[in-house]
Write a protein of this length. Sequence first.
Lengths: 1075, 530
Amino acid sequence: MKRPLLLLVLLLTVGFQALAQKHTVTGKVLDETGQGYPGAGIMVKGTQLGTVSDVNGDFMLDVPDGKNFLLIQALGYNQMTINDSGQQTIIVRLKRSAKELEGAVVTALGVKREKRELGYNSTTLNNDELTAGQSSSAISGLEGKVAGANVTSTTGGPGGSTRIVLRGEKSISGDNNALMVVDGVIINNYDRTQSNQLTQVDFGNSANDLDPDEIESVTVLQGPAAAALYGSAGANGAIMITTKHGSHKSGDKKSKVDVTYKATFTLSDVLKLPTTQNQFGQGSIYTGIVDDREDNFSWGLPFDNKIKPWGQIIDGKELVKPYSYVPNNYNNFFQRGRDLNNFVSLSGGNETTTYFLSINTLNSNGVVPSTFYNKYSVRFNASTQLTNNIYTSVNVNYINSYSRAENSGQSAGGVMQSLLQVPTDVPIAELKNLGSVYNSMDFLDTNGIHRYGYFNAYAKNPFWAAQNYDNRNKTDRIIGDLNIGYKKGEFNVYDRVGIDVTSDRNYLKSPKYDVLPYDQTALYAGNAYISQGGYSEQNYNGLHFYNDFVANWTHAFNNNFGINALAGQNVTMLNDGSLNATIDPTTNGLVIPGFYNFSNNQGPISVSNPLTQMRTIGVYGDVKLNYQREVFLEMTARNDWSSTLQQDHNSYFYPGVNASWVFTERLNGTKFKDKVLNYGKIRMGTSGVGKSAPAYANNSATYAQNSIATAFGSVVPPFNGVSAFSIGNTFGSNGIKPELTREYEAGFDLSFLKDKLILSFTYYNDLTHNLITSVPVSPSSGYLFENVNIGDISNKGEELTIRGTPISTKWGLKWDLFATYTHNVNNVESLTSGLNQVTLGGFSGMAIVAAVGHPMGTFYAADIAYTADGHAIVDASGNPIPTTKPVYRGSYQPKFMASWGTDLSYKGIKLHVLFTTKQGGQYFSNTKLLEDFDGNAPETAVNGRNPYVWNNSVQQVGNTNNYVTNTTKFVPYNYWVNVVGQNFVPAQGLVNASYIKLQEIALSYRIPTKYYQKTPFGGLEAGLFGNNLILWTPKSNPYDDPSESSAGATSNGQGFNFNARPSLRNYGAFIKVTF
Amino acid sequence: MLKNRNLAIVLLICLVTGISSCRKYLNVNTTPNGSQTVTVQTLLPAAQLYVGSSLGVDLEIDGSFWAQYWTQNPNASQYTNLDKYTIGQDGFSNPWTNLYAAAENFYQMGKLADSLKLKQYKAISVLMQAYTFQLITDGWGDVPFKQALKGQYADGHLVNPKYDSQSVIYSNLLAMVDSGMALINTSDPAGPTTDDLIYGGNMAEWQKFGNTLKLRLLIRENKINPTGAQAAAVVFFATNPSFLATPADNAVIAYGSGSTNKNPLYAEETGLNSTQNLVGSKSCIDSMNSNNDNRLYAFYKPASTGFVGLTQGIIANNITVGSYSIPSSTVGGDALNSASTKANVNFMTSYESYFLQAEAAALGWSGQNDSLMFINGIHQSFLAYDAALQAQGPYASAGTTTPSGAVLAADVPFTGELAFFAYTYGDTFFVTPAGTPAPSYWSIYPSTGSLAQKLRCIITQKWFSMCGNQGFEAWTELRRTGYPDFLPFPLFASPKQFPKRFLYPTSESTVNANFPGVASLTSKMWWDLF
């Protein structure tokens, strides 16, 4: 009987002979500084037996007699082989070397491999590296640490959206975020951001539910080669997260529980607020209103510092203040954010069983008054090795979060929208007291009429908006997986079931009010603030289920050849459903103010229950060959069957191959290797990933009681009791094919001067073919969108990581330098059916498009018209004229990204500094346009607001093509208010998105054990840190942090800041103890 | 080896059963979020509502600005560009999209009606498609027509529909009206009922609607195609067609049955945070004041000092809006008055019908008395706003003698009938708005005058009657005839040329491969010889 069959039979029979004679080895793994190293893997060479070191670095392992070699693996350290020579106790001191190049990494399906085997690029960070800056988000913690990754943390604080795109955007309509995999199981990364970009509430995205403290390591697989075995989901690369686990122990240590406690206290404030001009205050002198004390305009007289009244006249009285500039005015709206993060873990194990339990609490108050984010999570995992070669493990993570976020965007309650319309001389700090009639948005006058006393007739008091527009999110989520496997000798067969169950609820309240200005003097009589008030609940339920059945065989034919073959089958089921109910403030409304309940409705409540169901079946295989562990070859193949494609054409196949050669093995024993190049590897590969269509994309248009919308209003059926069904505006075709990404990559990893200088370089070239998207069709066809395969996008780029260690002394001083460089060129290669471009998103006259020959995400809008030789064309009054057609104006994609950092350590003291940068690229700043319009922007005060000639401008001669140099001065007010302010040149809202950021700085001290040997403490560490700390932007951007976004994490309409949530700078202290 | 073979069989069985259960497992891609089927009874109201929203919001605003009933409130800015004639392509996306969506739904309804042999639904489908396409072509000129509405694979997958010339479209629309009319059978039991939001399924009314629509089409092309139009009209009038004759015949959608069924213009205003963008234009209000026209009470809300219009297109924000009249809630234009929610959207009216008949009679098409038709037009306009006049207008005081000779015992609200008499025959018994006397041609029909004089009188009166309630049709007739001829250029208009068309939306110029090229705001319609 052949071996595989034996294996199958054995699987079905119970009871297997226990192992033969053995001896127990205990030991301790130490890092370079002599501290115990947790999480190191210890394997008995030539067997599948192994354990993991505990929080103090201790381990215990039963070793079969005659097997004396132990392999020690730790992320970021050299693999070491130790001969236990029958010893009972051994101490292993890890050597941190060739950091990027050797050591274990977690690859697809959670398989741990040695980095030298890989024919593609990947980056691994351990917990220390990930949490060096103590970022509250695991994704933000990757910023600047992974070449090839474009990480955008829109808020930089707890609960905000974070986007991570590897090697450029590959899909027009689908999500471009990297796949998130936790312990081998895909997790759901959905967007909690609500509504459209104009009026949004940013509750962040669900990948941020993971607590960085419970993560043992993260491996980023940049390319599809790495992620091919995840099928469709891995097309954008993958972030492989391994959580902490307990470790095996035996003997007298059996009952010992390892306890870790960490507390982090963080303070936050706004990273960047717009700079304002400081010469002119409230008013609108150019329309003849010098002293308009209810205007949102800073187009008033120059400051004279005299005491003047401001705000509305109430009962004949008014407030006074000096007519002068208020420095740091916007900042006075915000409060200091506070965030307390507690983490406790208990772990332990015996010879056959391990367990790990962690509890994490995060309580934070946001910088915007009334906002908060609280999260509680529990993780439990356990594994057991049964005597009959069957092993099981279970991993459960429960997450509960509760948050409140402000309205952003242009909605009636938009906080930034209101804040940015406060003139430069109006002290924002004084608006805080909402009890004062002068600040109130709603008080009763003596005649019982609702009044507002607030100074501004066009924007609400931001303090009031923050208090009264109440948006909350509650989440309960369970992510778990269950493994059962059989491992014997060279065979390993296992089944893994993973689920991610989410219940996510949003509760959005908008107040009802109908108030008149108190001051009924001429200008604003009747200028009422009215809203019918609204309430919305959105209940999302997601069930994502994965099952993988995998069989693995490892064999060494002789000392030269080795093989590892894997075959697997995957079943995926994604069910997402929502139940949403809304009392819309414009089409409906509340009856009784302040009562947020669906019984309090003026008219029919709009209810929707969108559901999607997607299923796939995949089979895959992976064969790895090695020759003397020097040359490696890997071949992968996968075939998927997807529910979202036509039944008879729903199968797609994609193979891949990659190879690596550690060529320095040829140099063994040479001086060159010892003195110069101690490690070198070249690698190359090609791979494909198929990506299926979105659910229902191939369906014909269906019928529903669609609301019939005009620009701002709508009529919602049933109409007067009559049901009215209309045909949908989107249709698809059965012929939709899957998207296929084909990637070629090549690179090398080199280590010089005994690992003093390490270099890793990768070049890749991707083509994504048959992109699926909803393409706008001519509305005269009766429809607005068709789902089709639209064309091809390419991404070409380079990833470079350099690490140097200029100083490393025996007495413990070590200085590391680190840098990454990422350059990606994205290009829309072709679009089908004669289209030149597809609109991805946009508003306010600014479109974001995928246009042939341009990067995906190119801005497209009217701008100032220029002659062919670059002169601005102005009209008879000297104002620049707009182009008659939209023009392309750059993309949101950066030209390159880089980071550089340094780590200095001496004994237990560590200093970590990391800078990141993105250069090139644009973003659309509504802040700029709004500040230009209301006269707050510095550029509106150029030349003291006196007319001047537009720089380098010409005038057209009659209707000819001739131009003459312009000498007509334009009136700044007319340009900023009537040209820019009326949105004739939306492209003037584009701002250079380049920045340099002090991403992380941290100082920590690990107190040597000798000081507390007699205490129960096993380790004690404390430190100070800051993240997202300082931002440098070009002079042309006095407005916002370019990372801020109104688009959430998953939308492709990135690059828009439409009064988005402000980003935060965070700093604080932490303490960590182990018992 | 036996075991081996058994195992292989087991595996094979698994594989086979696996494959069929695989198919079942993967068969989940029919969307549960929309219905695969539909009924004509639910398509009809939806399609009508699409037209209602276009007609009531975009076409009404654009038309009422360009026919100078309304102007932009300078303290806000929503329609500034419209008022300055500097509006861009995107200003016309919504009506284009909604009108084609309306036509698409009528088209699908027609196909379904065909398959179910529901002739009355088919008749309405055809008539309403003709009506909708006339709106589209009168707005934009040459537009996709023959290849339009056929985007889906089942209909031919024409996602880049070709443009047809306006003349071809007009001749096709006439044929469509004829074919629709031929299907009408007033005793067909399988017709619509309450699902017909316009006529509640009364096919006799649809007959009048169809006839009036046909007359509108013929009148529109009269100048460009005089002989053809006349020949068709003579044949048409020989059939003794019935037209919309009383306010009860008016083709309207009555809104306001619930907060989600607001008049679409009012819904639009609420969506704009109830900002009162719309203000009465001096061009119209001054004329109505000087003409003692009590319809002011129906079309506008009086300001503190009576009916005061704002200069068309004045863009200066130091204006106290409270001292100007705004469009009334009767036409859905008062953003702060919830009565606006119940305003009707007018598709076609009895006064339009009579003004069309007056023009036909003046052209010698019908043998009718043009003078009588003209007076009927004015009369119908007053009667249509009878309720509004009674609710909002002035009182006739006790002791005065009404036109019928009765003496009023007590103060009574001014009815439409009374206001009509006051307007037409110069009765001065009643309290009327102050003003200088009107030019005589406005309401005194030149029975013996030239055709041009008659046309001027008819269209000027038509313009008054359509104030803020059929703005698009008024602007269209202004383009066709040049009347009224006393409208000034808006203060900041640039260029100083009246707009003659809508701009094609960017969705056409960027998406439709068969897009013929942009046309400027001042390029004319095929029927526009003015």
